[in-house]
Write a protein of this length. Sequence first.
Length: 305
Amino acid sequence: MRSLRVGAAQLGPIARHAGRGEVVDRLVALMRRGSDAGCQLVVFPELALTTFFPRWYLDDDPKELDSYYETEMPGPATQRLFDEARVLGVGFYLGYAELTPEGNRYNSSILVERDGSIVGRYRKVHLPGHEEHEPDRPFQHLERRYFEEGPDGFGVWNAFDGIVGMALCNDRRWPETYRVMALQGVEMVMIGYNTPLHYTPDPSQNPLQSFHNRLVMQAGAYQNGTWVVGVAKGGIEEGVESLAQSMIIAPSGQVVAEAVTIGDELVVAECDLDWCKHYKETLFNFDRYRRPEMYNLIAQPKAEG
Ligand code: CDT
């Protein structure tokens, strides 16, 4: 048994004008709760340092837009998280908006080990929403305006005595996300998310948000023999209600722990990474049973135009 005790550190809303200091206070409080609960790793949501700013068209205020990005990691406001990790011996996954020295903007996450060192960084591959202001919507979803598509794909890292990977929000709906990491032996996929309950392009999906959240993450876990830790920023943030329902899912596809609130909450599970073998070495023994030569279309580039 290779046991990793994990905390899904769900957040409630973050106000538009909340300062980094007060947000980091909340994250540190959850890390301490994780430490008290014996966690070696806590997983925070997507864009966990700010409000979900793609809901506003901010072209008339570039200063406000820039204020939501981190230009260094750790930076002056986030250093405290790294120090706390080292003191407590608790690693973390954190979603944030990244502005690189070259001026690239990504929806990113980092993974930090128990000694406070950065293990790896992930830049969101699947960017949902739209590029242009659509004033008829009740709120915007301008991820495609404010971020570039992540160029690095889905890596995995040897950390926390296992093989771990990262994804962000919309990535969880795509089977390729899990499969590309599973082909590299992933044993735990961490996914932070912000999912508004209202989906403007097709409101018939609104009542299914919770079902779809379970469906994709449970399927991703089972079909790839991996743990999945899905962590929300939920609740009503600046008038927009988002799904909570953070959960930890076993390689069997079973939900082993789930949030019961829509606010700041720590959901803990003891994850045996060796459980993955039950699936990776039997039903989903990729070397034995996969037929990649039958799947050519999946990896073809999109048609032009
Ligand atoms: N943050 C994020 O990726 N949210 C999307 C919302 C739906 S698309 C407007 C999601 O897939 O949950």
